[in-house]
Design a protein around this ligand. Structure first.
Ligand code: PMP
Ligand code: GLU
Length: 397
């Protein structure tokens, strides 16, 4: 019998949908995947070269649990330089992706019944990871424009609040939290004594002159309370390498290392060498990719907003759009009624052959999450197909 704990956990919708589109393609059905949030670029060659050198030089054994010193030093340098916050190398731990780092942090922090406030719409995995760690997810709405609403967070704080889990730039909304809202959150964390888990995996993808702010850089108290999580997946197009990290106060990092020592031993040694090369090398590759995402964002949001009934914010960061499609709910295709965003996403997959994720998976019913991490040509074809399919829906009588 499967444990009650796991029986209550939803599988990841984003991961599930990726498997489904792969299956469709294997069966010869052409489908455009705008579902999975993953750079369409290849990992830059100098990073791959470092990995090949690691293999050739026999760098193929277990590393220390927290990761190789070379990589942790490079991360400490990067955090000081770019994020304006200082961490010693023993306050940094490498994990197999930001996803696992967040889960390890939750395991290290949550006692059964502890509450974790999650501003929503939010990434699919947060609520389930909190539940797996024995905690209680407490979703709290963001403002109308998806910005962080510190007053709404304040209203949700109880004596069981252990942490607030934020993600800026945000998946799925594209919101970039302002310095003022993060300052208010940090003050609240101090007053009410909770941690902030800050997922910053999209930090380099900010547009329109917006700046990413790391909440831990705002004060010494904020730094002490924050678990900063980041990853190589998005910044360097390294999703398959499985390489992420967290930085936190020594006490928290030590607890996370206990989890990691029993759970992962250490991250793939080759990927760690690749990560060190990514941080040591020129960052032009990142700037090039971000410039391209920005063009795609403008293009796709423009196309979607021209479809009657679709309303879509451009977002200021990450590589997602979250169009509001409530106008299409209740409409029909050959008698089949679109009851909700799940029906609509299914319809687009079947009719337009475009995979998008239902907003409900991100606690955003009535929306669809669409990634623009795809070529402009792909986005154009997908937008044409979505427009045509939505145009075929008929008002129900
Ligand atoms: N956080 C957010 C908000 C994400 O969208 C993702 C998806 N990649 C992750 C964390 C996990 O990233 P990683 O590949 O580093 O596990
Ligand atoms: N984070 C990406 C997404 O939201 C990748 C898949 C996942 O891990 O959820 O699509």
């Amino acid at each position: 019998m499967i444990s009650e704990r796991i029986q209550k956990i939803e599988p990841s919708k984003t991961v599930e949908l990726t498997a489904r589109t792969a299956r469709m393609r294997r069966e010869g059905i052409p489908v455009t995947g705008l579902n999975v949030g993953e750079p369409d670029f290849d990992t830059p060659p100098h990073i791959c070269r470092a990995a090949k050198e690691a293999i050739d030089s026999g760098f193929t054994r277990y590393t220390p649990v927290m990761g190789i010193p070379e990589l942790r030093e490079a991360i400490a340098g990067k955090l000081a330089r770019e994020n304006k916050v200082r961490y010693a190398t023993d306050e940094i731990t490498i994990g197999p992706g930001a996803k696992q780092c967040i889960y390890a942090a939750l395991l290290a922090l949550c006692d059964p019944g502890d509450e974790v406030i999650i501003p929503y719409p939010c990434w699919v995995s947060y609520t389930e990871m909190v539940r797996m760690a024995g905690g209680v997810p407490v979703p709290v709405r963001t403002a109308e424009d998806f910005s962080l609403d510190p007053e709404a967070v304040r209203a949700a704080v109880t004596e069981r609040t252990k942490a607030v889990l934020i993600n800026t730039p945000n998946n799925p909304t594209g919101a970039v939290y302002s310095k003022e809202s993060l300052e208010a959150l940090a003050r609240l964390a101090g007053e009410s004594d909770f941690y902030i888990i800050s997922d910053e995996v999209y930090e380099c993808m900010v547009y329109d002159g917006r700046k990413h702010v790391s909440v831990s850089s705002l004060s010494e108290d904020a730094r002490r309370r924050t678990v900063l999580v980041n990853s190589f997946s998005k910044t360097y197009a390294m999703t398959g390498w499985r390489l992420g990290y967290l930085a936190a106060d020594r006490e928290v990092t030590a607890a996370v290392n206990v989890v990691q020592s029993q759970m992962v031993s250490a991250v793939n040694s080759i990927a760690q060498k690749a990560g060190a090369a990514a941080l040591a090398g020129s960052q032009d590759c990142v700037a090039d990719m971000v410039r391209e995402y920005d063009r795609r964002r403008t293009y796709l949001s423009g196309r979607l907003n021209r479809i009657p009934g679709v309303s879509c914010r451009q977002g200021e960061g990450a590589f997602y759009l979250l169009p509001d499609v409530t106008a299409f709910l209740g409409r029909t295709y050959h008698g089949k009624k679109m009851e909700d965003d799940l029906d609509l996403a299914e319809y687009l997959l079947e009719r337009a052959r475009v995979a998008v994720v239902p907003g409900s998976a991100f606690l955003a019913p009535g929306h669809l999450r669409i990634t623009y991490a795809a070529s402009l040509e792909t986005l154009k074809d997908a937008a044409d197909a979505i427009e045509a399919a939505l145009g075929e829906l008929e008002p129900s009588v």
